[in-house]
Design a protein around this ligand. Structure first.
Ligand SMILES: Cc1ncc(COP(=O)(O)O)c(C=O)c1O
Length: 474
């Protein structure tokens, strides 16, 4: 009868619920090591038949050009991603670098979140306490204020606005707009919409919204067909490796780039588009893992000070521990590293830290982040501290880089410029075709074929150097 089916169903559900509870509490006592799988296990080629079938199904509803395969997130554990065909792969992609402590970490499988508040208007009671436990407990040096946002682009976009508002108030000498400011801004004209600019670097990636995109210069495919601003773009140093062998050349290269930064700031001021802020990644990630020395960043910070521009360090990709320090800019050893530090990805919530004077009351949107993410982040930070994960990153990063050095010695015609900080490591492969072939072979051995730098290499439209037909369409 219907009622016995319902009873049967609820009994099964209860059993499942109990299983889950039991499983969570048991699992919580285990360390992440015990919880993880012990290696890759491949059952089909990738994508397998089930992935192909699902791609076809989804293709009838939306664009599937970027999909590599479908995943079984319930079965994925720690560093291992399981696909819908039962292939278990070492995940070196980590959802575009956004997973801080692996899949289904026991400490995170705890709560459900039902309500999503408009944080700027009606935050929950525990919001200040949770911010203190999570984001403020890892605030960069010199910063005690933080604004949460939803994603990386949204964080940078709002950080740019904060820099512009700060700069304009500095110019005015106060924060009260004139009647002309108010009327002209409504028709996108100055002085209400001033001709300020943000200086960014060639190869940089800061997101895909309009303001961010004007400072993104990693690949044409991101920018094509979208109007942009006339803002200055400086060269990012191209260091030669191994660093010890090219100290003089690299110092010259960094000095050249810094000189260009100052020239651009002066030129743009003369053009009537003063540089309100400088934005930079501590390691250019999506643009190909480009590093610079702490000396370069210290001098750049000083140039920003000298010219009255705000200094924005974009740690969306580098923040959260992958370099062996919580923030990559900590490697510079500065007490006053930045005016703004933006984050997202491994921090689980987006947002930006800022100096007190960059507080702008007009930075606002509906959700302003999501408080449930702060709870998760507090838990992630506990795990990072409890399990000394930053030390672990440094230790395993050394092993990883050592391995890359060995490989480039073994295959000097194929590989060069092994480099890295913590596990944020990279190596150059001779050409695109060789790279794609190596990555696909690695995937067939159970290593997902991505780099940590958004590198959906060769397949996904988001980073193909040479846009394919599908890329151009969409
Ligand atoms: C350095 C950096 N900034 C900003 C972004 C944009 O973040 P989102 O994709 O969350 O908008 C990214 C994304 O990869 C990034 O790497």
């Amino acid at each position: 009868s219907a009622s016995s089916i319902i009873k049967q169903r609820s009994a099964t559900w209860l059993r499942q619920t109990n299983d889950i509870t039991l499983y969570v509490s048991k699992a919580a006592a285990k360390t992440q090591m015990e919880f993880e799988y012990d290696g890759p296990s491949m059952k089909t080629e990738v994508p397998g038949p089930r992935s192909k079938e699902l791609t076809k199904q989804l293709g009838e509803i939306q664009n599937v050009g970027a999909i590599n395969f479908f995943c079984n997130y319930e079965e994925s554990r720690g560093n291992y991603l399981v696909d819908v065909d039962g292939n278990r792969m070492l995940d070196v992609y980590t959802q575009i670098s956004s997973i801080p402590i692996g899949y289904n970490h026991p400490s995170l499988i705890k709560s459900a979140f039902v309500n999503r508040p408009a944080l700027g208007i009606m935050p929950p009671e525990n919001f200040p306490e949770k911010l203190a436990e999570s984001l403020l407990s890892v605030a960069p040096s010199g910063m005690s204020r933080v604004q949460t946002m939803a994603c990386g682009s949204c964080s940078n976009e709002n950080a740019y606005k904060a820099m512009f508002i700060w700069y304009r108030n500095k110019e005015r000498g106060h924060n009260i707009p004139s009647d002309e400011d108010v009327s002209s801004c409504m028709i996108n004209q100055s002085p209400g919409c001033p001709d300020f600019s943000i200086l960014s670097f060639m190869g940089g990636f800061h997101g895909r919204t309009m303001g961010c995109l004007a400072t993104t210069h990693s690949k044409a495919i991101h920018k094509l067909d979208v109007p942009s601003f006339d803002w200055p773009i400086a060269p990012f140093p191209k260091l030669k490796y191994p660093l010890e062998e090219f100290t003089r050349e690299n110092a010259q290269e960094e000095a050249r780039c810094l000189e260009e930064v100052e020239d651009l700031i002066v030129q743009w001021r003369q053009k009537g588009r003063p540089v309100a802020g400088i934005v930079i990644e501590p390691i250019q990630a999506e643009g190909g893992d480009n590093h610079a020395t702490p000396d370069f960043f210290k001098k750049l910070r000083n140039i920003a000070h000298k010219h009255g521009s705000a200094f924005h360090v974009d740690e969306v990709q580098t923040g959260g521990g992958a370099t062996g320090k919580f923030w990559a800019h900590e490697h510079w050893g500065m007490d006053d590293p930045a005016d703004i530090v933006s984050f997202s990805k491994k921090m689980l919530t987006g947002g930006f830290y800022h100096k007190d004077e960059l507080q702008a009351y007009r930075i606002f949107n509906t959700w302003m982040g999501d408080p449930s993410k702060n709870l998760f982040l507090a838990e992630v930070l506990n795990v990072i501290r409890r399990e000394n994960l930053l030390e672990e990153v440094t230790r395993s990063g050394k092993t990883l880089l050592q391995g890359l050095y060995q490989l480039q010695d073994q295959y000097p015609n194929l590989l060069s410029s092994a480099r890295g900080q913590g596990t944020f490591c990279a190596i150059d492969i001779r050409d695109d075709a060789t790279r794609n072939s190596i990555l696909l072979k690695a995937r067939d051995k159970g290593k997902t074929h991505y780099s940590h730098t958004d590198g959906l290499i060769g397949i996904c439209p988001c980073t193909n150097t040479q846009p394919t037909h599908t890329d151009m369409d969409g």
